[in-house]
Ligand binder design. Sequence first.
Ligand SMILES: Nc1ncnc2c1ncn2[C@@H]1O[C@H](COP(=O)(O)OP(=O)(O)OP(=O)(O)O)[C@@H](O)[C@H]1O
Ligand SMILES: [Mg+2]
Length: 250
Amino acid sequence: MSLLVLEGLSKQFGGLAAVNNCNLCIEAGEIHALIGPNGAGKTTLINLIAGMLPPSRGQLRFQGENITHLPAHQRVHRGLARTFQITNLFKNYTVRTNLELAVQARAGSSFRFWQPVAREKHLTEAALAVAEQVGLAGRFERVVGQLSHGEQRQLEVGLALASRPRLLLLDEPMAGLGAEESERMVALIAQLAQHHTILLVEHDMGAVFRLARRISVLVYGQVIASGSPAEIRANPEVHKAYLGDEGGAK
Ligand SMILES: Nc1ncnc2c1ncn2[C@@H]1O[C@H](COP(=O)(O)OP(=O)(O)OP(=O)(O)O)[C@@H](O)[C@H]1O
Ligand SMILES: [Mg+2]
């Protein structure tokens, strides 16, 4: 059984079909990349999966359950987490506080059973474990605004990881990163893929073709191709619509 199944999923903004009758399966354990030109509907699709937008038509099944009408926070509890294309951090607070808040959001009301001191210790330990996962343990007490752009992107991934997701939705994690920072992010995603299924939206084709086991191509809201990196690289439709002379050749 696929981890996530999209069936005839559509999102209409007025006269614009931003996502148009999408059928897509995400298999447990894979890195599945979603690529396509600007405005193709990739972020809208992530928003539909995460529950930030209701679909106009179609349905979503996660681990066999129909989640089409489930609110976003309940999807998080089922194991879905996303990052944002534009960073979404509390910049005046430390890495520690950002992560503690995210861990607390996951734990929800279960925290009321803890004594305050034990609660704090538990929170800090959980936050530090996530910081270690994303390579920020050494920056734990730093104010986020003082981190490099790359480190802020790593922290974004950490916020999503704090909810202990089964499926991680990453919306352009390499956006704005330099070469070295991108390398670090590629290594981080490869490492996370050992324990998570990942849907990766990304314009960096070098990273996509190195990381993804499968790639789907979205153009004008429609999935025009889905397959292995080799199949996508060899697909003339994909070249015409998106890859052109650049991406696939890398
Ligand atoms: N809330 C909204 N209301 C109206 N139109 C929207 C809304 N959100 C997105 N759109 C439109 O839907 C289309 C798809 O946008 P979306 O952000 O999903 O594209 P994208 O593939 O993520 O692009 P990019 O690669 O630039 O991030 C665009 O034409 C966009 O202008
Ligand atoms: Mg986008």
